[in-house]
Write a protein that binds this ligand. Structure first.
Ligand code: FES
Ligand code: FES
Length: 167
């Protein structure tokens, strides 16, 4: 067995050091070592998007990365984005429009939607429904049929800036 390796990461703003076996995925590290179970595991082959987190500003599938590959990087999970208030508008819109049923896909979709809305606002472009669907093309939802999810994201994307954009 290969010995656990030292990993230093910043997770949701907190700097952490852990020893991790090289075979452990980033998703398992977040869920099992750090207790951040908001990152869901569905397919574990990069197809469903339930495990998407933000790594140094980019969405990544945490099931496809090893934890040791994230050494020195910043990871933002759905828990961190929620605690910072960045997801408050999206969460309220999802609730208001019944954009979730079992909720299994929701964390990954929220991470992707937040990045999508941020990019739209940064570029000044108004997102179309087609663009929202394209952004969600890597996220599977087996419950909702996507209409309500797109409704919710569209309502936020066309509204006032998210908290951090307003600063
Ligand atoms: S669990 Fe990672 S994409 Fe499905
Ligand atoms: S709400 Fe159940 S998979 Fe999306």
């Amino acid at each position: 067995m290969i010995e656990p390796q030292p990993v230093a990461v910043t997770v949701n703003g907190a700097r952490l050091r852990r020893f991790v076996e090289p075979r452990v995925s980033l998703a398992d590290f977040l869920r099992q070592d750090l207790g951040l179970t908001g990152t869901h595991l569905g397919c574990e082959v990069g197809a469903c998007g339930a495990c998407i987190v933000n790594l140094d500003g980019q969405p990544v599938h945490a099931c496809l990365m090893l934890a040791v590959q994230a050494d020195g990087m910043r990871i933002d999970t759905v828990e961190g984005l929620s605690e910072s208030g960045e997801l408050a508008e999206l969460q309220a819109a999802f609730h208001a429009r019944n954009a979730l049923q079992c909720g299994f896909c929701t964390p990954g979709i929220l991470v992707v939607a937040r990045d999508f809305i941020r990019d739209c606002r940064a570029s000044g472009r108004k997102p179309t429904r087609a663009a929202i669907r394209d952004a969600l093309s890597g996220n599977y939802c087996r419950c909702t049929g996507y209409e309500a999810i797109v409704d919710a994201i569209e309502s936020v994307a066309g509204a006032a800036p998210m908290r951090e954009d307003a600063a």
